[in-house]
Write a protein that binds this ligand. Structure first.
Ligand SMILES: [Zn+2]
Length: 433
């Protein structure tokens, strides 16, 4: 098995990476200014010209780009190449307003595929592996993205897609899948279904690796998945606007490597100012290689911490530490910031708690209320009301320790809460309805 897909570039000295980034940034700024009315207008509004960008630090002179810009320029008004150079479209359905359309040139697809080939290799996968891709295929980027990456490293791909869970488990056994790529909540669901079928994923399949993403998940959920299924679970990151899934953790499982020769990262506070090194803030990405739809200082909306230290694995490319959630997922309850991932972290440390939960924010008169509905494992579910009340109190106490906020916990039986096959809807904010 290979240690690196491209050892030379993945372990390139930082100076060399900065040199590549600087050259590509200057090129990019030049190209978008020439080829895109949208960017030319934005640059003029910000009072910046391509020749003002000489060093990497000059990136902060450039204006931000937002998801709203993609929607406002629906479908292809932000593209920087003629449409006859576009070989594929992906479309993400927005929960509000128009969807966003991303176009890819041949070069964009190659770059995306290479990013994932590096990433999957970093997770210890390669020729001889059988990778079950259980992300949605089609307009969603997950399925096709992983598919191309997995083929590139010489693995055998099962292009499963989402759904038909029993068949997924049968094929996982029969075709000896060694890895699966899907959302963490879907893998947990699959594990439940396997149990019902009398199959132990841990003992009766060849699965050893899971590549999990498309929704935030906690370290505690990882531990549960790894322990109950006997696998290593790696976090994968990317968004449809940046191409799709692009980056994963390496075997160190301590941050997601972002390929610096293709992407330039910043982390900013809510005013758009850079945070201090090691502080958490919103991720901002400039695509250095994308041709059809390059993005300049794109406000991704995910909250993370950037780590520029060289990794134990030998890769020099920066890492984003676990995504804490999206800036717009953050709930403000009685003035306190709450990320669903914090609640998940607490729940997954309590053995009586099952894998599924739901967070409901509501308003009672003037007062915000947070209710957490929690599935209890079959083993822990009791007929005795006193036992359940004791458990409720215990969970409320543990949540209070971390959130510094009183919550109401409601215990429900296993199988009560809705299961999702794609992204799970864990948070319901009734205050917005
Ligand atoms: Zn590493």
């Amino acid at each position: 098995m290979l240690d690196y897909w491209n050892s030379r570039i993945e372990r390139a000295p930082l100076d060399e990476l900065r040199e590549i980034q600087t050259r590509k940034l200057r090129q990019l700024v030049d190209t978008v200014y020439r080829s895109s009315q949208f960017y030319r207008k934005r640059f003029k509004e910000a009072g910046v010209k391509p020749e003002d960008i000489k060093t990497l630090d000059d990136v902060t002179k450039l204006p931000f780009t937002f998801k709203k810009d993609l929607r406002d320029n629906y479908p292809t008004n932000m593209f920087c190449v003629p449409l006859n150079q576009v070989v594929r479209f992906h479309v993400s359905s927005g929960t509000t307003g128009k969807p966003t359309v991303v176009g890819y040139t041949r070069g964009d697809i190659d770059c995306w595929t290479t990013s994932l080939a590096r990433a999957l290799t970093a997770c210890g996968l390669g020729r001889g592996d059988v990778i079950q891709v259980s992300y949605g295929y089609g307009l969603f980027t997950g399925g096709l993205g992983l598919h191309y990456g997995a083929e590139e490293i010489g693995a055998s791909v099962i292009p499963m897609g989402v759904g038909n869970t029993e068949r997924q488990i049968e094929l996982m056994q029969d075709l000896h899948a060694t890895a699966i790529a899907c959302t963490p909540s879907y893998l947990l669901h699959m594990n439940e279904v396997a149990k019902k079928m009398g199959i132990s994923i841990k003992d009766e399949t060849d699965l050893k690796v899971a590549i999990l993403g498309a929704e935030p998940w906690s370290l505690e959920t990882r531990k549960r998945i790894e322990d109950t299924m006997g696998i290593k679970a790696y976090d994968i990151y990317g968004t449809s606007e940046l191409s799709g899934p692009l980056f994963t953790e390496c075997k160190e499982q301590n941050g997601i490597h972002v390929w610096a020769d293709h992407f330039l990262l910043e982390v900013v506070d809510k005013n758009g100012d850079p945070v201090k090194e090691g502080q958490r803030g919103e991720l901002v990405v400039t695509t250095l290689s994308k041709e059809a739809l390059p993005l300049i200082r794109y406000r991704v909306g995910d909250i993370t911490i950037l780590n520029n230290e060289e990794c134990e694995c030998g890769r020099t490319h920066p890492r984003i530490m676990r995504i804490l959630g999206r800036a717009d997922d953050m709930l403000i309850i009685r003035g306190i910031n709450v990320f669903p991932s914090q609640i998940e972290s607490v729940l997954m440390t309590i053995p009586e708690v099952g894998e599924h939960f739901q967070i409901i924010a509501d308003r009672n008169g003037e007062l915000d209320e947070l209710t957490v509905r929690v599935e209890v494992t079959k083993a822990a579910f009791s007929d005795k009301l006193a036992d359940l009340m004791k458990l409720e109190k215990k969970i409320e106490y543990e949540l209070h320790k971390v959130l510094n906020l009183s919550t109401k916990v409601e215990l429900v039986e296993t199988g009560t809460l809705p299961r999702s096959q794609g992204k799970s809807q864990k948070v319901i904010d009734k205050r917005k309805i």
